[in-house]
Design a protein around this ligand. Structure first.
Ligand code: BGC
Length: 764
């Protein structure tokens, strides 16, 4: 039987009249083959202006659905609005029972029975937590990151959720910004590849009951908050916006992401939520994005504080006209949009466009066919925390670890006969490794470092805390709660170190010391941990430093003095096992830094793809007038792309099949990578280019390709890359993406400081 618009109308009216959910479901379901756009139009035609605006309203979970129905206050009002069909989406409601209860109200008690979409920040796992996204990015393993997103999606989906507010694709060059833990680091190329992998993981090939809608955020520029202070003003050039910030966003549109989130910051003086250039011209215009844009939490209302809107009504008008489709918790649309349409200040066409986009995503998720598609208690029970997920996040965690330094082959550890002193509060912490943004997971559910080490029985392990990382309630951690004074446990730690063959110090940041609202002006080891490190070093310098942190840290003393340093980030539920397996050599690390580690905070922002400037260097050591500091060198502590392995690799034989790239042509680049060690290993082979002269200045290096090469001990692998016009395109002086004729340098190696070089030119 064929569906027509009339049929929807009849179906809805009928269902409304008889109030029967099952017939409503099947009537709306439409087992027909009508294209989604026509189904959307059929529904839209039935809607009043109020109901349309209702779809544009998203509420935070307001009611404990297992408790009594709210009788007064804001919760009661929200409840009434839900029943009136004035809510399109909920966030932070999770668990099949709760989701089902709210969906039932939307489907059975509202006039049209339009299902809700349930959003949640499934940023790096739901209950089973994978490494923080910055750590995952260090794996450079796109398949693994896709798989990790798939696990997160599946666990969220079985819990009733159908929309994650991820991936966060904000490029950032500022380690002070707490939210660097949520992104993929500083590079637009790597960031784009990772963004695509995550969207594909969350959404799958088809949106079945284990996959959910993804949301690319925060559009745009949020990672460039001045001084790394969260929510701060952003002031960037068009050049930086287009060449550095936007590529990962665009990549997810091309990969079919269903939704976008705008951001708290302003751009060119206009808050992103009210920014028509970003949302209408670029995203929905040029890029042809056909999903919907949700505001960030309260960001519509924040346009008042920005000084861009007079009051909430003005803010709602500006947001709607600028193309922000759904209002997260400002109540601006709900309270003002109908009036604004009646006053002619927002056209009904714009409302229709927003609602079409929202309904379309609901159709794509299959919610009209079955609003309870994600609500199966058995599925929930059978899947949450299951072994396959645990194995998956363990695999991801191992791949995320970066071996920063390993002198005298201190690592891997011997498996027996050793006395090992483990020192540091983080070693015994089962919450911190979960990191920030893991609101679906419970405290104390990570495998601690000590538990991971305990899986190996051959050595004798002693543990001393040495010093706390943080005091008080970590959930609301602020710097005043960081332990800056208590050294009373130092002595015991020093005594333990003296007795040990090897000391492992687990230091860094508490899991909630990064993330939203957790910017730091000092990015050294917090509290008295640096003093502890130096005191223990005096007693026994044979130290492996295991860092657990959510951002690049400035650790120059450790980099100089400590023989082995392992960057273990916040690795999630299986953290302890992952680190122990790497330390014992059962897993050979291959991670590479996705973000530069500075020598001190004064170097920040520091990044590998900087511009050369007019005074890049001088041959005269006495010279003053060149671009440098007088008190520290320009180079970072650890560059982008850096990471060691228990294998060693040698690069040679870099070849280009032609040195001249023609329009529509290609260059094949090959390089030999030899594993010169006696252990099998993996190496992230990286390719960078430099465009020497262009219509706008170009970075000294740009990552343009990488391959994760598995190379057996003693063997050589030839790795190849292809370069074409796309590789050399950039946002030019003409304000378009184009390839310009000229000369290029190309570098291949194991980090952004690769020295193996070849040249080519491009003529068009
Ligand atoms: C964050 C978003 C997040 C939203 C909902 C905001 O504060 O900036 O990234 O998705 O809250 O939790």
């Amino acid at each position: 039987m064929k569906y027509t618009t009339i049929r929807y109308g009849v179906a809805a009216a009928l269902v409304f009249a008889i109030g029967c959910s099952s017939s409503r479901q099947s009537n709306f379901a439409g087992k027909d083959k009508l294209p989604i756009d026509r189904k959307v139009d059929s529904v839209l035609k039935l809607m009043t202006l109020e109901e349309k605006v209702g779809q544009m309203n998203q509420y935070n979970g307001f009611w404990d659905v297992t408790g009594p129905v709210p009788k007064d206050g804001q919760a009661a009002k929200k409840y009434e609005n839900l029943k009136k069909g004035l809510v399109g989406s909920m966030l932070n409601v999770r668990g099949v029972k709760d989701v089902r209860a709210l969906q039932k109200i939307a489907v059975e008690e509202t006039r049209l029975g339009i299902p809700l979409i349930f959003g949640f920040d499934v940023v790096h796992g739901y209950k089973t937590v994978s490494p923080i996204p910055l750590a995952e990015a260090a794996s450079w393993d796109l398949e693994a990151m896709k798989k990790s997103a798939e696990i997160a999606a599946a666990e969220a989906a079985v819990s009733g959720l159908n929309w994650t507010f991820a991936p966060m694709v904000d490029i950032s060059r500022d380690a002070r910004w707490g939210r660097v833990m949520e992104g993929a680091g500083e590079d637009p190329y790597l960031g784009s590849q990772i963004a695509i992998a995550r969207v594909k993981g969350f959404q799958g090939d088809k949106l079945d009951e284990f996959h959910i809608a993804a949301c690319t955020k925060h559009f745009a520029g949020y990672g460039f908050a001045e001084s790394g202070r969260d929510y701060n003003t952003v002031d960037i050039s068009d050049n930086t916006l287009h060449n550095i910030i936007l590529p990962p966003f665009k990549a997810t549109v091309d990969a079919g992401v269903l939704t976008f989130m705008n951001s708290f910051n302003e751009l060119e003086g206009i808050p992103a939520t009210g920014n028509a250039y970003l949302q209408r011209n670029l995203l929905k215009g040029e890029w042809k994005f056909d999903g919907f844009v949700v505001s960030d939490w309260g960001s519509m209302g924040e346009m008042i504080a920005h000084g861009y809107a007079k009051d909430m009504k003005d803010a709602a008008m500006k947001a709607a006209n600028a193309g922000s489709d759904m209002d997260m918790e400002s109540y601006g649309y709900l309270n003002h949009l109908v009036t604004l349409v009646k006053e002619g200040k927002v056209s009904e066409d714009k409302i229709n466009d927003a609602v079409r986009r929202i309904l379309k995503v609901k159709f794509e998720l299959g919610l009209f066919e079955n609003p309870y598609k994600y609500c199966d208690e058995n599925r929930e029970k059978q899947n949450i925390g299951k072994k396959e997920f645990q194995d998956g996040v363990l695999d991801m965690a191992k791949k995320s670890i970066v071996l920063l330094k390993n002198e005298n082959k201190l690592l891997p550890l011997k498996k027996s006969g050793q006395k090992i002193a483990v020192i540091g509060a983080l070693a015994n912490d089962k919450t911190s490794p979960l990191g920030s943004w893991r609101i679906g997971a419970d405290d104390n559910t990570a495998i601690s470092f000590l538990e991971g080490m305990a899986a190996y029985k051959g050595n004798q392990i002693t543990y001393e805390k040495g010093a706390d990382v943080a005091l008080g309630e970590p959930r609301f951690m602020v710097e005043t709660k960081i332990n800056t004074t208590d050294k009373s446990s130092f002595d015991k730690a020093i005594a333990a170190a003296k007795q040990a063959d090897v000391v492992i110090m687990v230091l860094g940041e508490h899991g909630l010391q990064t993330g939203e609202g957790r910017s730091r002006s000092d990015i050294t080891l917090p509290g008295v941990q640096q003093e502890l490190l130096e005191a223990v070093y005096k007693a026994n310098p044979n130290i492996v430093l295991v860092l657990q942190n959510g951002r690049p840290l400035a650790i120059p003393w450790a980099a100089k003095n400590i023989p082995a340093i392992v960057e273990a980030w916040h690795l999630g539920t299986q953290s302890g096992h992952a680190i122990a397996q790497v330390l014992y050599g059962d897993y050979n690390p291959s991670g590479k830094l996705p973000m530069t580690f500075p020598r001190n905070v004064g170097q920040v922002p520091i990044y590998y793809n900087y511009k050369n400037t007019g005074r890049p260097s001088t041959d005269n050591p006495e010279s003053v007038f060149w671009s440098h500091y007088t008190d520290i060198e320009n180079t970072p502590l650890y560059p982008f792309g850096h990471g060691l392995s228990y294998s060693t690799f040698e690069y040679s034989n870099l070849k280009l099949d032609t040195k001249s790239l023609q329009k529509n042509g290609k260059i094949k680049v090959t390089v030999d990578v030899k594993n010169t060690s006696s252990v099998d290993g993996k190496e992230v082979v990286q390719l960078y280019i430099r465009d020497l002269v262009a219509s706008v200045t170009r970075p000294v290096r740009e990552l343009k390709g990488f391959e994760l090469a598995e190379i057996k001990a003693g063997q050589t692998k030839t790795v190849s890359f292809t370069i074409d016009e796309k590789t050399i395109e950039f946002y030019s002086a003409n304000k378009i993406w184009e390839a310009e004729a000229g000369d290029f340098q190309l570098f291949v190696g194991g980090s952004s400081t690769a020295t193996l070089q070849a040249d080519f030119n491009y003529s068009n």
